[in-house]
Every structure is written in C-alpha cells, then in structure tokens.
Design a protein around this ligand. Structure first.
Ligand code: NAD
Length: 433
C-alpha cells in the first residue's frame, strides 16, 4: 500500500518506519525543512530504542522517503495518515487544532483517486467531521473517507508497541474505509484485538484511556503519601492491589507526578470537552489539580533536604519525562527544576543519558550540565533522581559517597535500595515508604 504520513515526530516517524518494515511504500512529510534534510541524510531526529536500525534498513531498501512537499506524498497515496501535534491551547487548555486544520486543508488539493485520510493525532470528538468538511470545501471533487486511528504507543517503546499493539482501534463510518485499514493491518490479524467502532467513539477512546491512566498514577501517588505517614510501603500495597485482575499491576508506580507530551495535555483537553458538553468530569479535574500540586510538593522535598545550607549544590539525575526517551515536553523534572531554581543561591548540575539537548532548549544557562552521573554528583549537597533510567540504579554508592559534599539522596523514582544507601551512610528519602 502507498502511505503518506504528515508529521514526522514521535508518532509519525516510528509509524512510518514500522509501516515501511511491513512492506508498504511510505512517504513521510514534515513542514520543518531541517528535520527532512536530516532524515534524507540518514540521520535519525529522535531517540527511540531500535528505531535507528530499522530506519536505516528501510531507507536502504527504498521503502521510505522523506519530503516537505505535500503534493509529492499525497497524490499517489492510498492512505494519508495525519500525525501532527495537538498541543494545549495556552489559555483554555483545550486541544489546539491549528496544525490539524492546516494539514487537512493543505492535503485536500492533492488527493487523487479514492483515498483514506486517517487521524493518528489525538483529537477532540468531532474532529473527523471537521476534517471531512475542510477537505470537501477545498476540493469538492475529492473521493475520500476520514478515519480515526488513535495511537497508543508508549514513548521509549514505540518500535515494540508498533509491532505488538495491545489493540488497534479503528473509527470508520464506511465499509470502503474499513477495508483499506483492514488491509493495512493484515500482518497483525489474529495477533491483536482489532476494534471497529464509530468514529466519535474512537476519538473518545483515546482520551478516555489516557485520562484513566493519569488518574491511576495520581491514585498511587496519593497512596504513596498515605503510606509515608502510616508506616506502610507503597510497593507492597501496589503489589497487593495489582494482583487483583480487576485492577492490574501496571501504572501503579509512585513518582513525582505524571508528565510528558500526552497525559497532561490529554487530561486537560478531556476536562475541557466535559465542560463544553456540560458533563461533570470531576475525577479528571481532581487528578489534574493533584498532579500539578504534587510537582510543587516534590520540589519542596528537595529544598528541605538542603534547608539551612548557604549556597546549596543540587545534583539532578534525569530530565526526560520518563526513562527510555529524550522527550522533555511537560517533564516533571523540568517543572520541579523550575520550582527549585526560584530559590535564591541554589546551584544545580544536571545529567540525563539522552535528553541533554532537549533539556538545554528549556533550561538554558540556568543550570550546569554534566557529562555523566558521577560528574553531576561531585561536590553536591544532595543528589536527586527525577527520571528512572536503568543506569542510575547501577551507580556505585561508595563512589557517590566519596564525591558528594553531603551524603543525601532524594530519590523520586525509588531507583536506589534504601538499605544499601543507609549502609553507605546516606540520608535517603524515597517515595511512599
Ligand atoms: P511532534 O511534535 O513530535 O511531531 C509533530 C510533527 O508534525 C512535527 O515534526 C511538525 O513539524 C509536523 N507538522 C505540524 N504541522 C504540519 C503540517 N501542516 N505539515 C507537515 N508537518 C507538520 O508530535 P508527536 O509527539 O508525534 O504527537 C503527534 C500527535 O500524536 C499528537 O496529537 C499527540 O497527542 C499524539 N500522540 C502522541 C504520542 C506520543 O507518545 N508522543 C502517543 C500517542 C498519540
């Protein structure tokens, strides 16, 4: 099948590479020339485990191409996938549809023959109808269907999730469109759950799923607070809860609050849609408020660890919104850092294995950047873990003790073993224990 993908970001690129690997002819379109130039030159533009090898293989075998030209990708395509951003509106926090509307309008005039236009971007209910109208208005002769094809990949596992999806949700209102999507996902038939639903249901499934997961994280964070006061261990509690198949063990990891480019924006967009439809979605509203407050509480916890010191040095390990990615968008680490940096006299040195470049764009010269975890720890009064990278749990605690000025660790990802640190003479504070 000939597939055009509009938007070559964290969703568009892994999807394009994955579809090429399945044997499709893929054209990835992005309006950012620097991205397309890099990809054309064989340079991958974001970090995802396993993506680079697969990208090189498919470029070499001629199944994937990159262009800034909408015409080049769309006019020969059987399927056009929209994977542009839907960021939060700065004031209302609803999903800002400007990129979606621009993409739909730009692609319209290039449609030739019957084409399915599928939305992988996370979009508010009714967006499929809007796209339909925009395309028909621009190109009244176009023969097309609009399908909702929500994306459920996890950043850091995008390649794995592309090839092993939990489910594929298809919101299609015509049989012709269903047939095209069925053909696309033929390699997954019998291996995964394929759900055909109304387009509006499909658009809702994505938001309902992300809001539910955000609430689950917020819930275990509240339990972590409770366990700290009540002398319980949140991991034992989570294990006991998760063993109930009605609850399930995943997304019961306490931490500094949920973040990333999806949960904060999607919970806010869902809450906005609730208000717009006059429906009480207070559970989501509470999770949003609680999660915002949590990051402030976590910053306070870090500052308490250096209270009384004149010009404290704080070493921060982890900047990405979670391990396995270089993405710092809405990272709890960024928000906690910004909060900490408001305290006069505090000096912060940071390190992340993959996210340094993206973090620099946000933090600028407000912090110092170290080349490794030990370098960051040198002379620090407290070491703070903000992202759960595997390599942090393997750090030599004796070496850390030697390098640091004060032996204090605030571990907001419970990366270290408390007993080991106590033995090495550290004052240690984890989450929920
Ligand atoms: P991103 O910002 O990484 O990528 C979007 C890309 O679209 C950018 O490269 C941008 O230049 C390009 N673009 C914007 N307008 C364009 C246009 N008119 N023509 C061509 N290119 C254009 O965003 P992302 O993280 O990949 O997210 C995309 C969508 O997928 C969002 O709606 C998001 O909510 C959803 N989503 C993201 C994830 C995730 O893990 N990142 C998971 C599921 C769903």
């Amino acid at each position: 099948m000939k597939v055009a993908i509009i938007g070559t970001g964290y969703v568009g690129l892994p999807t394009g590479v994955g579809l090429a690997e399945l044997g499709n002819q893929v054209t990835c379109i992005d309006r950012e020339p620097s991205k397309i130039e890099a990809l054309k030159a064989g340079k991958i533009t974001l970090f995802e485990e396993g993506l680079e090898d697969l990208f090189r293989k498919n470029v070499k075998e001629g199944r994937i191409h990159f262009t800034t030209s909408m015409k080049e990708g769309v006019e020969t395509a059987d399927l056009v996938i929209i994977a542009v951003g839907t960021p939060p509106h700065p004031i209302t926090k609803e999903a800002d549809m400007k990129y979606i509307h621009a993409a739909a309008t730009e692609l319209a005039e290039h449609l030739q023959g019957y084409t399915v236009v599928a939305t992988k971007s996370t979009v508010p209910v009714g967006t499929g109808d809007d796209i339909e109208q925009l395309i028909s208005k621009k190109n009244p002769k176009a023969d097309f269907d609009v399908v909702s094809l929500p994306e459920f990949l996890r950043e850091g596992f995008a390649v794995h999730d592309f090839f092993h999806p939990d489910r594929i949700v298809v919101g299609a209102n015509t049989q012709r469109a269903k047939d095209v999507i069925t053909e696309l996902y033929k390699p997954f038939q019998g291996k995964t759950n394929m759900l055909f639903v109304k387009r509006r249901s499909s658009e809702t499934i994505k938001y309902a799923s992300n809001a539910f997961l955000a609430i689950k994280i917020h819930y275990i964070n509240e339990m972590a607070n409770f366990c700290e006061k009540a002398g319980a261990d949140v991991y034992e509690v989570a294990k006991g809860m998760g063993a109930d198949s009605r609850i399930g063990p995943r997304f019961l990891n306490p931490g500094p609050g949920y973040g990333g480019s999806c949960f904060p924006k999607d919970t806010n967009a869902m809450a906005f849609m609730g208000r717009a439809n006059g429906v009480d979605l207070s559970l989501i509203e509470v999770a949003i408020k609680g999660n915002d407050a949590r990051k402030k509480q976590m910053a306070k916890r870090v500052l308490n660890a250096v209270a009384g010191l004149k010009s404290p040095r704080i070493a921060v390990l982890g900047l990405a919104f979670k391990g396995g990615t270089d993405d710092c968008r809405e990272s709890p680490a960024m928000e906690i850092l910004n909060e900490i940096l408001e305290t006069p006299g505090v000096k912060v040195t940071v390190y992340d294995p993959k996210a340094m470049d993206n973090a620099k764009k946000i933090l600028g010269d407000k912090v110092q950047y170290a080349a490794g975890a030990y370098e960051a720890a040198k002379g620090a009064d407290v070491l703070v873990v903000l992202t759960e990278w595997d390599q942090f749990s393997k750090l030599d605690t004796a070496k850390l003790a030697e390098l640091m000025h004060h032996k204090r660790i605030v571990d907001l990802r419970n990366t270290f073993r408390a007993e080991e640190l106590a033995a090495a003479g550290f004052e240690y504070s984890g989450v929920g224990k």
